[in-house]
Design a protein around this ligand. Sequence first.
Ligand code: FAD
Ligand code: NAI
Length: 474
Amino acid sequence: MSKSYDVVVIGAGPAGYIAAIRAAQQGLSVACIDEWKNKDGKNAFGGTCLNAGCIPSKALLESSELYHRAQHEFKKHGISTGDLGIDIAAMQKRRAGIVRQLTGGIAGLFKANKVEGLVGHGKLLAGRKVEFTPVEGDVEIIEARNVVLGSGSTPIELSVAPYDGDKIIDSWDALELDAVPATLGVIGAGVIGLELGSVWARLGAKVTIIEAMDDFLFMADRDVSAVAAKEFKKQGLDIKLGAKMTAAATTGSGVKVDYEDGNGAQSIEVDKLIVAVGRRPFTDGLLADDSGIQLDERGFIVVDDECRTAVKGVYAVGDCVRGPMLAHKGSEEGVMAADLIAGEISEVNYDVIPSVLYTAPEIAWVGKTEEEIKASGRAYKTGSFPFAANGRAKALEQTSGMVKVIAAEDDDEILGVHIVGPMAGELIAEAVLAMEFSASTEDLQRTIHAHPSLAEAIHEAALAADKRALNYPN
Ligand code: FAD
Ligand code: NAI
């Protein structure tokens, strides 16, 4: 007799594994199928995020930033270190250890929540049946009252620069380099290009980033991207804007990259080239021809606002559906799908999804940029506060950047908060919570912030929106 579950989830990334756990917490019987295999040949839950994305990149960002600060900042504190060195093997061992602990943690969470974790390939058939091909053993057909598809995404490959896993590499390979390349090229000054470019630049690589757009960080507020561009330049990242790569060819020693910019045809030679031009939804082998699931023209699974596909009882969440490709967005969709399956009312507030770049300084925002609000025609006011006037930032020796709050002129509702500076990725949580509750700048102004803290910069920026900043001239 075939197995049957209330919910079968395909994909154990942050969208799928969270959907599985939430569904189990709702008292439903749940199986979660995942086929991820790491470079050591071992299967692991956690998807891109835990194995090859969010977590390993942040581990390396931390190591490389500490190294950079020890080199450039410790002297100011009166700390001398003697000869400073970096052991890349030890750094990578720490990264791999963190990944192992967290992915093992998901297996533990599955057990604790009575989710059956199934290792292998899942394929949705017609009639809410799932074909499960285990890593070992025979193919099984599983009956599911509901299915959640969370198959994630994969790096886009450029035909002019196909990956060879050695010199022309994707973000996963770039996280697992065992030596610092003397010269590193990156195609794309997006989130991955800037985070991984920063890692290897801090460790000593000469990094050149080639970006097709004319505007730096075009998705961010202009005030934020201007500060960030200046800081990254100071750190030695050579970012070429309005530059279109035309060809990349491996040579004996590295890669020759041809591109065109405002000055005509250019060429650079680098030891390694990371291609980070975005990701595409991954649905290879996921859907039987008669599954009834529709893909849009870019390959995303078509869903409504509640992540329902065209097939009753089948949901899709995370990177394989529309919206920003972010772990926390996928997880919240996973929670929503599980709650809807359990018969509850649930929704995701797509207007308040925070974005964070874990560079130094960090960049984080939620809501609309000033440019978007201006274009909407709504009257607005802004307040900014620089970290240079914040005591905690001074003590941290991290005074670059600022907080900018944008609010509606008529009812004072906060429309966007943009931060570039220390711990921006942590600070943004206050702004997300405020916007989730439709707070006004007055609400932030009247909220007591601990002193001295970086969060005081948010308080002061909210005050500045009404020209009432207390620790900076209005
Ligand atoms: P995934 O994490 O891709 O997981 C999908 C899983 O499904 C995989 O394990 C895959 O093997 C499995 N699967 C697919 N098809 C099948 C099938 N047919 N059968 C069985 N299993 C299948 N986001 C952030 O929010 N913050 C960050 O700091 C951040 N940093 C990143 C850094 C890098 C270098 C990269 C590449 C990405 C980063 N992201 C970050 C993006 C984040 O990783 C993704 O948004 C997130 O992983 C998407 O989750 P998901 O569950 O939809 O898909
Ligand atoms: P991205 O969309 O952030 O950036 C890609 C960049 O490449 C863009 O600036 C684009 O203009 C440029 N580009 C595209 N084609 C090009 C070409 N042919 N030549 C030169 N430039 C070109 O994508 P990225 O950095 O690959 O990241 C993928 C996804 O992973 C992101 O969308 C993000 O959601 C997620 N991610 C999130 C992180 C975070 O939250 N901190 C960290 C890393 C990734």
